[in-house]
Design a protein around this ligand. Sequence first.
Ligand code: SF4
Length: 357
Amino acid sequence: MAKSANKYKNSVSDIHIFQNKILSWYDQHARSLPWRAEKGTPPAEAYHVWLSEIMLQQTTVSAVKPYFEKFLKLWPAVHDLANATQDEVMHAWAGLGYYSRARNLHKAAQVIAFEHEGVFPDNEKALRALPGVGDYTSAAITSIAFQKEATVIDGNIQRIFARVMAYDGLFPKDAKHFKALVAPYFSGTGVRAGDFAQALMDIGSGICTPRSPDCVQCPIVEQCRAHAVQDVASYPKKAAKKKVPKKQGFVYIVADAQGRLLVERRPETGILAQTLGFPTSHWQEGTTPAHSDLMYDIQETSHSITHVFTHFHLTLTLCKARVQIPNNYLWLDVDAPEMQGLPTLFNKVYNEISKTV
Ligand code: SF4
């Protein structure tokens, strides 16, 4: 049976050998990252680990580095971040995407600063109670900042173990069963719990990559069942994906007599909540949506932008228009600093505007 635990079990001594190989590899090859402690120094601060892990969700290391450094410069400690306004945090986050992360980051900083007296909780349960902190992030902070054993599984680490075990379960359906199977590998790492997790992160991102794993360089190649049967490409096995809906809408480029552009503060809830953006129609799947009632003299252009959200793809057609009721709207100069802080969707629109004139 595919989900039989015995099929995937390894002896304690095999797991011990596996851990030693991973840790020896890390001693030689650990990536140097701004949020990591250097070898032989005390563990990284929980604030740094938390900040980096929130930023790294769905985002690459190279994209995160400048934001991490900017945040630490602006807010060197968690109480500094807690005392910032939400607008300041959103503005600093602009361009990194998935804006609910920034709102949760700010809320969590306030919980830590004002309810935990600025001290990060050092266990998974209490960390999971913070806004925006889930199973993976709480386990990562526990092991990296506090050197406590925790089962740290993100997409990269899942891929490694699915291949090492030649795991036939399907993701995400069998993720819970898989986590229980993998847990013994994280047990017994002691004060090196954080190094073990970070080594797996490095191997997952640099060696055991999704499409072309470099098994020759892999420290655990001898333990890898998928490699042994030369079937690495089959793991991890994923359940068939649902089709991603495609939505469409209009975005309005409205200029006043001085050439300033109209932007709006988006609603408090929903997608891109509270960020600045150009006004749009409704976004809908299937049929073309109606134009916004507030716009007139609308000229649809041949220019459009597309953007991929987690649950749908969006195409917005750029329209020149005039506005009837500029309530809740702002006029901004084309080169106003706020234009540099637009979320990626509206930054794409901004970059497209010059092509429509
Ligand atoms: S041997 Fe290859 S497939 Fe197996 S864990 Fe290492 S890199 Fe991944």
